[in-house]
Design a protein around this ligand. Structure first.
Ligand SMILES: [Zn+2]
Ligand SMILES: [Zn+2]
Length: 293
């Protein structure tokens, strides 16, 4: 009864626990680092928009043998698969995110919302391009409409994060037995957003920025160009903050943020930690290193 009255009054249901935890972490971050409060508010708004009902669901039919064959060949599990994402639901999620971006006055958000309204922008086509590992169609679609590419990519990432991270978790048993020595994600092919080093052994795990997958990686290799030249691999960090570093590679000029973590970072807290370590991006960019595209 109380529930139906709440619905009649238009009250929003409380966010699921993992979203609530990420929102709490954002609130704490904004308090500790006032310079990040605006960015934290934006991320909170995107998070709420991405998590709003109805939830988006992605599903694939992937047999064990086919998964093993793909992984052995270095092909991410979702490459070439039909995710059965409802295009209308994806469009609705993308529109909610564009609206949140518009309310935070992000440049180009109006144009993105307008392109969605007139049907010129089809998020399902963007999603297909990203999962096919081919950035060109995405650039062509977005560029052809005169939209800011970074914003379109950000909104796409946020709309796909929920369905892809849930799907990645369901697919994790398929890759439990497979060795994966690549720097890109074994599930979706995305580049790692950051790396976490767990426990006393400081074992390194890369974490995907698109689907939150976690996969083990050698600490002495660059995930982007596979260089093992120790003279080219280094770290940047601030004095007294050695727990959070940027691992740099002079062979490809790439960098990856590496954080110490006792337990695996929950998916929705990955973007929060990415924001909390923005100072490391600044330090790396200032020295001429570039993040993975
Ligand atoms: Zn991934
Ligand atoms: Zn490299």
């Amino acid at each position: 009864m109380a529930k139906s009255i709440g619905r009649l009054l238009g009250r929003r249901a409380p966010p699921p626990p993992e979203i609530a935890a990420a929102l709490d972490a954002l609130a704490r971050l904004a308090e500790e680092e006032p310079t990040l409060s605006e960015a934290a508010a934006l991320q909170g708004a995107l998070l709420r928009a991405a998590a709003a009902a109805p939830p988006l669901v992605a599903e694939v039919d992937l047999a064990e043998a086919e998964a093993a064959r793909k992984l052995a060949a270095g092909v991410p599990l979702l490459r070439g698969e039909d995710l059965r994402l409802d295009p209308a639901a994806l469009r609705a999620a993308f529109a909610r995110l564009a609206d949140a971006a518009r309310k935070h006055n992000l440049p180009g958000a109006d144009a993105v919302a307008e392109a969605l309204r007139r049907g010129a922008l089809e998020p399902a086509a963007l999603a297909r391009a990203v999962l096919d590992g081919d950035p060109e169609p995405l650039a062509l679609i977005v560029g052809g409409l005169g939209l800011p590419g970074d914003l379109a990519r950000t909104l796409l990432r946020w709309s796909l994060f929920g369905p892809l991270s849930a799907l990645a978790e369901r697919l994790a048993p398929l890759r439990a037995a497979a060795a994966w020595g690549h720097g890109y994600c074994p599930t979706c092919g995305g580049w790692p957003l950051l790396a976490e080093q767990r426990g006393l052994e400081q074992q390194r795990y890369l974490r995907c920025g698109l689907c939150a997958s976690s996969w083990g990686s050698d600490r002495l290799v660059c995930p982007f160009c596979a260089s093992r030249d120790y003279e080219q691999l280094g770290y940047l960090f601030l004095d007294g903050k050695e727990q959070r570093r940027a691992a740099t590679c002079d062979a490809c000029r790439g960098y990856l943020k590496v954080l110490n973590a006792l337990t695996p970072i929950p998916p929705y807290e990955l973007p929060v930690l990415d924001l909390a370590t923005l100072y490391l991006d600044m330090v790396a960019l200032e020295r001429g290193y570039a993040p993975a595209a």
